[in-house]
Write a protein that binds this ligand. Structure first.
Ligand SMILES: Nc1ncnc2c1ncn2[C@@H]1O[C@H](COP(=O)(O)OP(=O)(O)OP(=O)(O)O)[C@@H](O)[C@H]1O
Ligand SMILES: [Mg+2]
Length: 279
């Protein structure tokens, strides 16, 4: 299988992927060993990882440790670099410097224990010109799942997100919210250790968003985890046990969620939580 770095963006969401320390970290890093029943105890580690586009720095050199089996929410204002961080973790943008460890680049490297298997859900999911069910089956095929297993796994994945009755519908004719749920199902059908979710409930109605939240929490009870961006502070409070707060391409704070919401250690985070418009 091609490395995810070679994969087109269209396929990337269907494949495993494979701060400088003035960051306000009140703990030494994310404690993976505390995650009971976690499938993967090895963290994703960024060491001086930075992302550039030409002369523009999109992610300043970042040291970060993310436990894949926890519920990590990335917060920050528009343009803070949340999506860039998620894309860098999944290998969708190359690093201009530093290193990323702990993410398997493909199924083979995952089975050799070289890192966590991650699957990515784009903020605006890209659907193939085929049925919802076939979209999920295609992702399974790309990841080497044998033909005889694909249909059952795809149907189960659709049922998990409440789309069982829409499996034969052309995916591109589904509503925005249905497509977002389909994207989550497609990613999770791959049975990743960790879902990378870019605002997965941004276009969902409250009931559907609550359904996805329950679904994510159920996955975590089974030892999976996620790294998710959201603008919804109430959702972050409900879901997160770990917060990464970003501003202008820097990780300003990485903390346990309870501590972050109780008393953020960075001034910027406090202002953000108070609803101030950060530029
Ligand atoms: N390929 C690129 N070339 C130049 N600038 C880029 C590129 N990709 C992103 N940016 C810029 O980098 C900054 C961070 O973008 P990013 O999408 O990571 O922000 P974000 O925190 O996800 O924002 P939002 O909350 O609006 O989704 C933005 O100012 C964006 O315009
Ligand atoms: Mg974004």
């Amino acid at each position: 299988m091609a490395s995810v770095r070679d994969a087109s963006e269209r396929d990337a969401g269907m494949r495993y992927a494979g701060a400088s320390f003035d960051v306000h970290q009140r703990d030494p890093g994310d404690a993976c060993e505390s995650a009971v029943g976690a499938r993967s105890q090895r963290p994703i580690v960024l060491e001086g990882a930075c992302v550039r586009s030409g002369a523009t720095v999109l992610l300043h050199p970042t040291d970060l440790q993310i436990c894949v089996s926890r519920r990590t929410v990335v917060l920050g204002p528009n343009g803070a670099g949340k999506t860039t961080l998620l894309r860098a973790i999944h290998g969708l943008v190359g690093l201009a410097g530093g290193a990323l460890r702990g993410v398997a680049r493909d199924s083979a490297s995952a089975s050799r224990g070289e890192g966590a298997r991650c699957a990515y859900v784009f903020q605006k999911p890209v659907m193939l010109h085929r049925s919802a069910l076939a979209n999920v089956e295609h992702a399974l095929a790309l990841n080497g799942v044998i033909a005889g297993e694909r249909r059952n796994r795809a149907q189960a994945a659709l049922a998990d997100v409440g789309l069982a009755s829409l499996g034969q519908r052309p995916a591109r004719r589904l509503s925005g919210g249905e497509q977002q749920r389909l994207a989550v199902a497609r990613a999770n059908a791959l049975d990743p250790d960790c879902l990378l979710l870019d605002e997965p409930t941004a276009s969902l109605d409250p009931g559907a968003a609550a359904g996805i939240e329950r679904y994510l929490l159920r996955l975590c009870e089974r030892g999976r985890g996620f790294v998710m961006t959201t603008h919804d502070l109430a959702q972050a409070r409900r879901l997160a046990d770990r917060i990464i707060f970003m501003h202008r391409g820097r990780v300003e704070e990485a903390s346990e969620a309870a501590a972050f919401f109780d008393a953020p250690s960075s001034t910027l985070a406090r202002r953000f939580l108070e609803g101030e418009w950060l530029e």
